[in-house]
Design a protein around this ligand. Structure first.
Ligand SMILES: *Cc1c(COP(=O)(O)O)cnc(C)c1O
Length: 367
């Protein structure tokens, strides 16, 4: 008897089987007081205006949302002095990154991201059958020369998180301009500025200036971080007109929910709340950097709402051991193996209680 031939079954497109699935930050055990510092969520929650708008949206759940997201695009445009027609909203900046890859990448194409870049980029690239080309970083900073050296006739898109997650480092505007100047005009530069609001540096620019000036630059932003609306999935892209037109053709006609649109307007118009969140982050980012360094740990200088913390190599004191120790105390950080950084953990800036708890626990761990 011969065994039956395997039955044919539907096959996903080539490239998809090569994707390492995205593993989100752990949430910790249910019940006990857990400090979840693994997903760069804000400890301050959303603006009360966003919560109020979200609650009010409960009364109209039977209706489809405004597929054009007009009110939110106007509010964003007003807040930043932009042209609303060039804003495209998405279900998280994640959706926008996926739409960009979907529109501009296919088999035979290449897209570049940096060595410790955001893991959504290789997923989006490979899902469209394109090749992900990795540019090495220098001391956890994106390296413009390394990126430019990898541009070929097949390169269609460059994904750059600025500031980058998980390293927390950023490229000054001069460097971003130098990167753009070295790219062919048919190569799209995607500036993922998810953490832009947190950056307090005179030499930083999120991307508006380049998008306004050139046909091949897109900037993506999110409501998941400073605005505290991660659960609602809301992001936006500022685009050249032709890119906005492209994304609007392929996105779902109602890709952003009505409660998300309403909460987004509440959040973007509450500037005082955002200022409070920025001040909280600035204060505790500096405090944590100082305290962790004093414990003998190496901390990559960050401009975001998180820190990349490097641990010693020896078995009892390495990153996995630290993770286990912290988790047993209800403190959840992010493991970094998936980012090629097995010796480090990523720590989100929390509220005062969480921040003090992390430092105390790590002091005990290293004793
Ligand atoms: C958190 C994060 C985002 C935001 O993703 P959303 O889909 O908007 O929640 C985008 N890019 C980077 C680099 C991030 O860390």
């Amino acid at each position: 008897m011969t065994s039956p031939a395997p039955r044919p079954r539907p096959q996903a497109k080539p490239g998809i089987s090569e994707i390492a699935p995205y593993v989100p930050g752990k949430s910790g055990a249910k019940g006990a007081r857990v400090f979840k510092l693994s997903s760069n969520e804000t400890p301050l929650g959303p603006s009360p205006k966003a919560i109020e708008a979200f609650a009010a949206a409960a009364r109209t759940l039977a209706l489809y949302p405004d597929g054009a997201a007009s009110e939110l695009r106007e509010a964003i445009a007003q807040r930043y002095g932009l042209n609303a027609a060039r804003i495209v909203c998405g279900a998280g900046s994640d959706e926008l990154l996926q739409l960009i890859a979907h529109a501009y990448l296919g088999p035979g194409d290449e897209a570049i991201h940096t060595e410790h870049g955001f893991l959504v980029y290789p997923i989006a690239i490979k899902a469209n059958g394109a090749t992900a080309v990795v540019a090495p970083e220098r001391d956890f900073h994106a390296d413009v020369d390394a990126i430019l050296a990898r541009v070929t006739a097949r390169t269609r898109v460059i994904f750059l998180a600025n500031p980058n997650n998980p390293t927390g480092t950023y490229l000054p505007f001069d460097e971003v301009k130098r990167l753009h100047a070295g790219l062919p005009p048919d190569c799209l530069l995607v500036l993922d500025a998810a953490y832009a609001e947190y950056v307090r540096r005179n030499d930083y620019e999120a991307g508006v200036e380049l998008v306004s000036q050139f046909d091949n630059v897109v900037m993506t932003r999110t409501f998941s971080k400073i605005h505290g609306l991660a659960a609602l999935r809301l992001g936006w892209a500022y685009c050249p007109e032709h890119v906005a037109d492209t994304l609007n053709r392929i996105r779902g006609p109602f890709n952003v929910s009505a409660p998300a649109l309403a909460a987004g307007v509440g959040a973007i118009t509450d500037r005082d709340f955002a200022e409070t969140a920025i001040a909280h982050n600035e204060n505790w980012l500096a405090w944590l950097t100082t305290e962790l360094t004093a414990l003998g740990l190496t901390v990559t200088p960050s401009v975001g709402n998180f820190l990349l913390v490097h641990f010693p190599k020896d078995a009892g004191r390495n990153a996995p051991a630290a993770d286990e120790f912290l988790t047993s105390r209800g403190i959840v950080l992010r493991r970094m193996e998936g980012y090629g950084l097995p010796g480090a953990l990523r720590l989100t800036i929390g509220d005062e209680e969480a921040n003090r708890a992390v430092v105390a626990a790590l002091a005990e761990f290293l004793r």
